[in-house]
Design a protein around this ligand. Sequence first.
Ligand SMILES: [Zn+2]
Length: 448
Amino acid sequence: MQNDRQTRARRHARALRTMVVALTTTLATGSVGAQVTAIKAGRLVDPETGAIATNQVILLERGKFTAVGANLTIPTGAEVIDLSALTVLPGLVDAHNHLALTYKDIPERNNYYITSILDPTPLRAIQAVSNGIQMLASGFTIIRDMGNSGNYADVALRQAIEQGWVPGPTIIPSGLIIGGMGGQFSPTPEMAMDRKIVYPEYLEADTRDEIVKAVRQNALFGAQVIKICVDCKPWGYTVDEIRLVIAEAAKAGLKVEGHVQTIDGGKRAVEAGIWSIAHDIGMTDALHKQMAQKGVWRAGTETPISLTGHTTQAAYEQTVAMLRNAWENKTPLTFSTDADYYVPGKTRGEVAIEFIETWKAAKIPNADILRAMTISGYRVSETEKTRGPIKAGMWADLIAVPGNPLERIDALRDVRFVMKNGLVFKRDGVMVPAAFFNGGPVNGWNAR
Ligand SMILES: [Zn+2]
């Protein structure tokens, strides 16, 4: 009996060891096998330098790039992907989107207060999966999701993608937007006080204690960046209060983006030393200069006039002029869309890529547009050391287009090939996401 028990105990210990080793290996390697893949790139763009190299070979293994160069030997048995007729470049970044929000003309007249009543979080989470897939199909491999995502649907999306349930871009979720009473809503007293209609669209934080608690709530529930309303209401946040948010977020290793809609709000956000500013309404020449000096990212969300009904001619002209002004001042620019609505006939990705029209109108050189869409996007998302550039050691994300986006930025409208984490998502212009769908969390259950 005693011996039996010892044998059983030994067997259990052995089984446990095997399990731990298997688990550790799985966690270390992800779901991707040790198969070597070689990509033949006809042209390879380095957005950092604006240089194009021809006839490059890109090797990858276990989801990460291992080598890039002209004279690499393709190992025997490697899977070869021939993109020699295309231009290969790193994935694009939308530094401001809301994948779990889709407001529409019908029935809500593009009023997302109504959307938040109509669409429960589970439906919005499913929309987020679909929108993420649509963004990935257009070449966006990283999205900063800046709130208005119901009850943390953005975090759930990130988990689902990272665990290996569904394909999608790398998501940088912000959780709930923190703002003073009311957030961006103007609810009736009964809806606000009796029905708590503002939550979960906004976390109302008016006092210093509430601000600290709100930041901690977001960090606890998986936010990777903190989003605040600097001036959504006349009470807004003071410089000191913004500094409190920044300090509290820093404890969890998080940066802070401020929604800014007034010049005074812009001044307070820049003075407080915020990480990034959303929207261009509160921007001025002087602020652009200060942002350049302090390294504050501009996520201007420059809506093109071609997205009828989502901007006005006057607002568009101002937006184009201020984008140009920001570029002239060397303000750190990101490509950011705030594309959180349905445009009939277009995917979410096609709506997002349409924003290059504003950049073209502002006469930003193609190399700088591309830099904003890639290098700056990785930096504002803080992925630049793990994901973005096509370099050995980085996660294997890349896209390919016909033509040369440095000569004609509209080439980005026709993304023919997308790879994410070393898995092919789109080939010959068609989504082929089979490798991304799994019956369980193949990359580990504990992504948070
Ligand atoms: Zn937004």
